[in-house]
Every structure is written in C-alpha cells, then in structure tokens.
Design a protein around this ligand. Structure first.
Ligand SMILES: [Zn+2]
Length: 89
C-alpha cells in the first residue's frame, strides 16, 4: 500500500544536466530536495525556503550540492541532491 503523502525520491540521473541551470527560484514548487551524504549515506530533507533566504534564490542546484555539509559525519565532497515530487492533488 502506498501512502498518499509519501514522497518519491527521483534518482538524480536525467536531471544531472539540468541542475546546472536550475536554481531554487526556477525549480518548480512541487519538487522537494533531499541531500544524501556521499560518505555515510545520511539522508535529510532540505528546507527550500530556509536555504533560499540564506543563500539567495539564484543559487543553482549544482552549487547548492557543492555547499552541502553532512550533519552526521561532516563530509563535504560528493554529496548528492535528490529531487522528489510532492503528490499533486
Ligand atoms: Zn555523512
């Protein structure tokens, strides 16, 4: 059974080209962003509005990925952004 509000995380493949162009401002609202650590695989949802306020809405997703730091192990390189779609009613 699938919960109605569950979030499907799309693998970043296929989006890898676009993250160079997409920014927090251009990414459609129904995308949620999760970050996954490349070292310990810790995964956490990112709060888009909070990041936009701190870093600016013009921050590209590619640059955002480069700024991530894992809260678990402190890893910076090779962290991944995962995009999920919120269910649209
Ligand atoms: Zn980590």
């Amino acid at each position: 059974m699938k919960h109605r509000r569950s979030i499907e995380l799309a693998p970043p493949e296929g989006f890898a080209v676009e993250v160079e162009k997409q920014t927090l401002a251009t990414l459609p609202q129904w995308f949620v962003i999760h970050a996954r650590c490349g070292a310990c695989r810790h995964q956490t949802p990112l709060e888009r509005r909070g990041i936009g306020r701190r870093c600016g809405l013009d921050l590209s997703l590619a640059r955002l990925a480069g700024r991530l730091k894992c809260r678990e192990c402190g890893n910076r390189p090779c962290n991944l952004l995962l995009l999920g779609k919120l269910p649209r009613d």
